[in-house]
Write a protein that binds this ligand. Structure first.
Ligand code: PLP
Length: 396
């Protein structure tokens, strides 16, 4: 199938990323000739096992972990579920989880269904965020109780890119004997992470957000952290996750982590500058445009901008005519036209939340692409506003 990706201006990298050519090259042998089972005793399988271990070492190196602390999973969602459910199996007498109002559905939905999943009545405290999307440490501390088994707070938000002080939060939780999990799916590869410099117990990451394939993830489990597996089966992953490994994708993820370490500086300089140019250009050339999220405490690749009195989905359709890919904060995932729970938690007014667009860049974006988007966006918004009765009433 030809997806016509040659002409695409892809600024939706928080949704998923392209597989890096180097990653694909590393994977290919494991999709053809090197098909042995990594757990087999024979040399043919053993060499595949060694490739998995090499990938484990590469992932560990990117986040300053020990390879033994890396468990391969099928995705970020599985890693999130595994960490949280493990805590409640470790401490069956504890019935409380602390999380935030802006978590990805991978954590949010799990917390919603904890009572049903564990058969015990669980309480979830969902911390409020400030108008700029940041979290307040004082209210975090107040939420921790003797009954809290685990805290799960994302390292960086997928919609706004806002970064949370998870390392400080982990220390506060650990002091009280509470486990700390972070969903770092959006942070890994974009921010420097060194697990030797914090006390976080569990960290989730996902291959397809850092130029590796979809369907592979990692759960980092700090040495000494009590752990109960989610998938029981064979002895794979040192008995921590049953199921024959997705070898090609694991090898791809290892290679992607190596590349991410090499491009981390570029992500924080060139990509950040492109993002800033895009953001400033949109905010200055389009009236009633506003930034959602803290201007500084943010991932270097993400900007979320609201264009008041227009619908995000209508904007996306018009952008689509120029092959520009981004996301809308009003995406009606549930079939309702409710704006995103993240923007609602930040108190973004409905008229702005409905017209929000997230642009998320990667090292593959160019300045020409940013210039093209800056040329096309003002007339798109102006044309849509001309059709909007709300704009007519409010434009003054
Ligand atoms: N957590 C965050 C913050 C995400 O952005 C995503 C994906 O969008 C996930 C978890 C889920 O990851 P996966 O698609 O690998 O299950």
């Amino acid at each position: 199938m030809d997806c016509g990706n040659d002409n695409v201006i892809y600024m939706d990298n928080n949704a998923t990323t392209r597989i890096a050519p180097e990653v694909l090259d590393a994977m290919m042998p494991f999709l053809s000739g090197c098909y042995g089972n990594p757990s087999s005793m024979h040399t043919f399988g053993g060499q595949v096992g060694r490739a998995v271990e090499e990938a484990r070492a590469r992932v560990a190196e990117l986040i300053g972990a020990d390879p033994e602390e890396i468990v391969f999973t099928s995705c970020g969602t599985e890693s999130d579920s595994t960490a949280i459910l493990s805590a409640f199996q470790t401490y069956p007498e504890k019935r409380h989880v602390v999380t935030s109002r802006v978590e990805h559905p991978a954590v949010k939905s799990l917390c919603d269904s904890l009572t049903q999943l564990t058969g015990h009545k669980h309480r979830t405290t969902r911390l409020m965020v400030e108008a700029d999307g940041t979290l307040d440490l004082e209210s975090f501390e107040k939420a921790l109780t003797e009954d809290t088994a685990i805290v799960s707070i994302m390292w960086a938000n997928n919609e706004t890119g806002v970064i949370f002080p998870v390392e400080k939060m982990a220390a506060l939780a650990n002091e009280r004997g509470i486990l700390f999990h972070t969903d770092a799916v959006q942070a890994v590869g974009k921010l420097p992470i060194n697990m030797q410099e914090n006390t976080i117990n569990f960290l989730s990451l996902s291959g397809h957000k850092l130029h590796a394939p979809k369907g592979v993830g990692v759960l980092y489990i700090r040495k000494g952290t009590p752990f109960v597996p989610f998938l029981n089966g064979g002895h794979q992953e040192n008995g921590r996750r049953g199921g024959t490994e997705n070898v090609a994708s694991i090898v791809g993820l290892g290679r992607a982590c190596q590349l991410a370490a090499e491009t981390l500086d570029e992500e924080n300089t060139r990509v950040r500058a492109l993002r800033d140019k895009l953001e400033q250009g949109l905010l200055t050339s389009i009236p009633r445009a506003m930034l959602n999220g803290h201007p500084k405490e943010r991932l270097p690749n993400t900007t979320n901008v609201s264009f008041e009195f227009v619908e995000g989905e209508a904007i996306l359709l018009h952008m689509n005519q120029y092959n520009i890919c981004a996301s809308s904060g009003s995406a009606c995932t549930s079939g309702s036209l409710e704006p995103s729970h993240v923007l609602r938690a930040m108190g973004v007014p409905f008229t702005a939340a409905h017209g929000s667009i997230r642009f998320s860049l990667s090292v593959y974006n160019t300045e020409e692409e940013v210039d093209f988007v800056l040329e096309k966006m003002p007339p798109i918004i102006a044309n849509l506003r001309e059709m909007s009765p709300f704009w007519e009433e409010n434009k003054a």
